[in-house]
Design a protein around this ligand. Structure first.
Ligand SMILES: [Zn+2]
Length: 198
């Protein structure tokens, strides 16, 4: 990833408040300097449009051959759909049906012999992407690539033996409250999502 691309994506994330920098209390109880509020991406279609432009450039640069863009419901649907539109490919999404990731019936051309790339918003552990990979295997659809906007493992996770392409590889450190440099620096602690401040 070029530093220029890195900065641009960061700027766009910050512009729509999807990536917050500060001092946050995570649901795990640990503290972090960064927090992703990915719903902000969906809330800001114009900013998301520009972010997906960068993702599409990345996908095009790898000259992969594929027919479909696939995203897991629901957060990544807008991202995958926009990417498919720009790439002039078909789009489909997986969703949880009784807890299990699956394709609902009705996708007309998603059949054995077709090729797909997976597009997801944020890679944290890779669990849901792995489930999408299994869905594609069941249909005999070949996997041509995996792309995410943000890779929180900074490239540490391989899925199905392959690396994940990302616009932003950002390893987010989580600190114990007893050993937090942000606490020591006196940065005010914020609990994300608690915008209705008590
Ligand atoms: Zn702290």
């Amino acid at each position: 990833m070029s530093p220029t691309e890195n900065v641009t994506v960061l700027d766009l994330f910050k512009e729509c408040d999807a990536l917050l920098q500060g001092h946050f209390k995570l649901t795990s109880g640990k503290h972090s300097e960064w927090y992703f509020e990915k719903i902000r991406l969906i809330e800001n279609p114009a900013a998301l449009d520009r972010i997906v432009d960068l993702l599409v450039n990345r996908i095009r640069s790898e000259k992969k051959v594929f027919d479909y863009v696939i995203s897991p419901a629901y957060g990544a649907i807008a991202i995958g759909f926009l990417a498919a539109l720009k790439l002039r490919k078909r789009f489909a999404f997986t969703q949880r049906v009784e807890e299990k990731m699956a394709f609902r019936p009705g996708w007309s051309c998603l059949e054995a012999g077709t090729r797909a790339v997976i597009v997801e918003d944020i890679l944290t552990t890779g669990g849901s992407i792995q489930e999408v990979v299994e869905c594609l295997k069941q249909k005999g659809v070949a996997l041509a690539g995996i792309y995410v906007l943000v890779d929180r493992t900074a490239g540490a996770v391989l899925i199905d033996g392959r690396p994940v392409g990302s616009l932003l590889a950002l390893k987010v450190e989580a600190f114990d409250p007893d050993d937090c440099p942000l606490c020591r620096a006196g940065v005010p602690l914020v609990k994300p999502g608690a915008s209705d401040k008590k």
